[in-house]
Write a protein that binds this ligand. Structure first.
Ligand SMILES: [Zn+2]
Length: 111
């Protein structure tokens, strides 16, 4: 089942990029030093979490990283500033129409 992913960049900014594998459709969402590997459906849910700040807790320190997102690892968390999260959401918004096109193409190739 193992295959080598061939990622094509579909959006990028100063802090990250989104790539899609041309064989399996897996998305690589890279932002700063985090990498999220998501299916199309997972991406939709993920983008919603980020846009709506779902599951994020305020984390008040003097360092400005005020939004805390839990991860499946109990002792590992992601911290964002409001500005970082805005840039991240811009990136996610930019790829939405590309992914919609991918979905339509994928549906077409099944017929
Ligand atoms: Zn792949």
């Amino acid at each position: 089942m193992a295959h080598h992913h061939h990622f094509r960049t579909i959006a990028q900014n100063d802090l990250g990029y989104v790539g899609i594998c041309s064989s399996c459709g897996i998305l690589n969402v890279a932002f700063q030093n985090s990498l999220f590997c998501l299916t199309l459906d997972q991406f939709k849910a993920f983008a919603e979490i980020m846009h709506d700040r779902l599951d994020m807790r305020p984390f008040c320190t003097t360092h400005g990283k005020e939004l805390l997102l839990t991860t499946p690892m109990p002792n590992y968390f992601l911290l964002f500033t409001e500005d970082e999260l805005d840039l991240f959401c811009e990136l996610l918004t930019e790829v939405a129409p590309v992914l919609e096109a991918e979905r339509i193409l994928a549906l077409g190739s099944m017929n």
